[in-house]
Write a protein that binds this ligand. Structure first.
Ligand SMILES: NC(=O)c1ccc[n+]([C@@H]2O[C@H](COP(=O)([O-])OP(=O)(O)OC[C@H]3O[C@@H](n4cnc5c(N)ncnc54)[C@H](O)[C@@H]3O)[C@@H](O)[C@H]2O)c1
Length: 384
């Protein structure tokens, strides 16, 4: 099977997320990196693309040029990753989808509900593979957690508790930091700062491991650092479709918690907990028995977890390799479509545009609830 021709928009030198995508793709070994528009600065975009090994005629200065040129080539890219700031996702995704190219978009899918709905509709109409990078779903132990929940190891789930609270945005001189400043500007970030940017990862994990959607929310958004127009801390009570009780804390103010992403889930038979800074261990407590630490790569894990792992047990596997699990899923789906085969069911768990839309809907409902003093607010279940 020939490799999939891959390109990326954004994720330039020094960006937060570009390296993890390039590393994720390289690890997967099913892609050729053939085209790029890596930076908002055309000269840097071109120069960095060439330095990464993209041929000079396909290391483009901007995404519009990339789109035009790729569309006309018989060997055009098959999958594009969009790793630009949030307010550009809609236009870039839509344009590449219309050119017949599958899309892997960074989260959040868009900064408003209408555009996210339009992308979902378009993806269905065109039959495109459309994924959103809720990349933490690619960790083997998150896949294990999902399997344990869905197979009933915990019995009926009662409570899911997610946190994405770190000290990333705790500095009082935040306006001087170009990587932080825009996140609190409603024109660039939309209606929410940390809840959309970070919280949607945590909330999506709650949905991913339970296979459920969020039904309603009651939120309290707050500003801890003076001068910010959008929240830097939020607390949300929520309910999943099956009645599971949900709790979510999101913050940029939690000095000392480093990345601060974790999820715990408790059912009638036991509980599981996982934190992203030790991603290779999953803590499992059955009833009142002693807690077991499940290790990534161990033979007792479900196949879905071991399918996502690559490195021998005991060697840490980190975030870029979690991204590569999603690239593995997408390669399986794209290649099966080419060959008229049915993809492995585990590959179909990658976060889709529908998941991206649901998270935008959840955040807008959280904003709405907070503005109404925490009033319980239904999350629209949009089905086009
Ligand atoms: N999935 C994750 O875990 C995760 C983590 C961090 C960021 N992100 C998401 O990734 C995206 C990028 O965030 P970041 O933190 O890397 O931002 P960043 O500001 O560090 O980097 C953005 C990059 O995109 C380039 N860029 C900007 N506009 C562009 C355009 N129109 N065309 C081409 N390139 C352009 C910039 O030059 C820069 O190289 C955001 O949507 C963010 O939410 C996701």
């Amino acid at each position: 099977m020939k490799k999939i021709r891959w390109g990326i928009v954004g994720g330039g030198e020094g960006s937060q997320i570009g390296f993890a995508h390039r590393a994720g793709v390289a690890v997967e070994e099913k892609y050729d990196f053939v085209a790029s528009a890596l930076d908002i600065d055309p000269a840097k975009a071109k120069e960095f693309g060439i330095r990464l090994g993209v041929s000079p005629d396909r290391a483009y200065g901007n995404w519009q040029e990339m789109l035009q040129s790729e569309r006309a080539r018989p060997d055009r890219i098959e999958l594009v990753t969009v790793a630009t700031p949030n307010d550009t996702h809609f236009e870039i995704c839509k344009s590449f989808m219309e050119a017949g190219i599958d899309v892997f978009c960074e989260k959040p899918l868009t900064i408003n509900v209408e555009e996210a709905r339009e992308l979902v509709k378009l993806g269905k109409k065109l039959g495109r593979v459309c994924a959103v990078n809720f990349g933490y779903t690619g960790y083997p132990m998150i896949r294990q957690m999902r399997e344990m929940v869905l197979r009933g190891d915990l019995g009926k789930t009662r409570v899911v508790f997610t946190q994405f609270a770190g000290g990333f945005m705790a500095e009082s001189n935040w306006q001087d930091d170009p990587r932080i400043g825009w996140r609190f500007d409603p024109k660039k970030a939309g209606v929410s700062a940390v809840t959309l940017d970070l919280g949607s990862h945590a909330m999506h994990l709650a949905c991913f491991v339970t296979g459920q959607k969020v039904k309603r929310v009651s939120s309290d958004f707050a500003v801890g650092v003076a001068g910010r127009e959008l929240e830097d801390d939020s607390l949300t009570a929520f309910r999943l479709q099956d009645g599971t009780i949900g709790r979510q804390w999101v913050s940029g103010l939690a000095y000392g918690r480093i990345h601060g992403l974790s999820i715990q889930i408790f059912g009638e038979l036991g509980g599981l907990r996982w934190q992203q800074e030790q991603p290779n261990q999953l803590y499992w407590t059955k009833g009142k028995e002693a807690t077991k630490i499940l290790e990534r790569g161990a033979p007792y894990l479900y196949d879905e977890a071991n399918r996502a792992g690559r490195v021998t047990i005991g060697h840490p596997e980190g975030m870029p390799l979690a991204f590569s699990t999603l690239y593995k899923d997408l390669a399986e789906v794209i290649n099966c479509r080419k060959e008229g085969k049915t993809p492995d069911q585990s590959a179909l768990t990658y976060p889709s545009f529908e998941d991206g839309l649901h998270m935008v809907e959840v955040v807008f409902s959280q904003v709405d609830s907070s503005r109404k003093g925490g009033q319980w607010t239904e999350v629209p279940d949009w089905d086009n």
